[in-house]
Design a protein around this ligand. Structure first.
Ligand SMILES: [Cu+2]
Length: 118
């Protein structure tokens, strides 16, 4: 559970129709961030491979190792965070992590997690 929760609930970042809330979250290294699909649609949490620190682990809902694998899986209906479900990732390397939702990328559904030193 992240320390930067603005929800006061059991998650850090919510997902509405076409946006992450908040779209920018700052946490300390070692924090586990929890996303929750608080909307009605199927979303993904997919890191931009070029948008994370070089030495950080790639992350994507569905557990894919690369952005392309996540995109390919989505076309087969895989990797979604369904309504009411959560996805979490623990950030260990400080830096900026840009991510997006595959089906709503063109609609601007993206966000960033800023990880600071402990
Ligand atoms: Cu979405």
């Amino acid at each position: 559970m992240g320390s930067g929760s603005s929800s006061g609930g059991d998650f850090d970042i919510g997902m509405s129709a076409m946006a992450f809330h908040p779209s920018k979250l700052e946490v300390k290294a070692g924090t586990t961030v929890v996303w929750k699909n608080t909307g009605m649609r199927r979303h993904s949490v997919t890191a931009y491979e070029d948008g994370i620190p070089d030495d950080a682990d790639y992350f994507a809902s569905g557990g894919y190792d690369t952005e392309q694998a996540a995109r390919d899986a989505w076309t087969q209906g895989k990797g979604a965070v369904d309504q009411g479900r959560t996805y979490e990732h623990t950030f260990t390397v400080p830096g900026n992590y840009a991510y997006f939702c595959i089906p709503h990328e063109k609609a601007g559904m993206s966000g960033v997690v800023v990880v600071t030193e402990k």
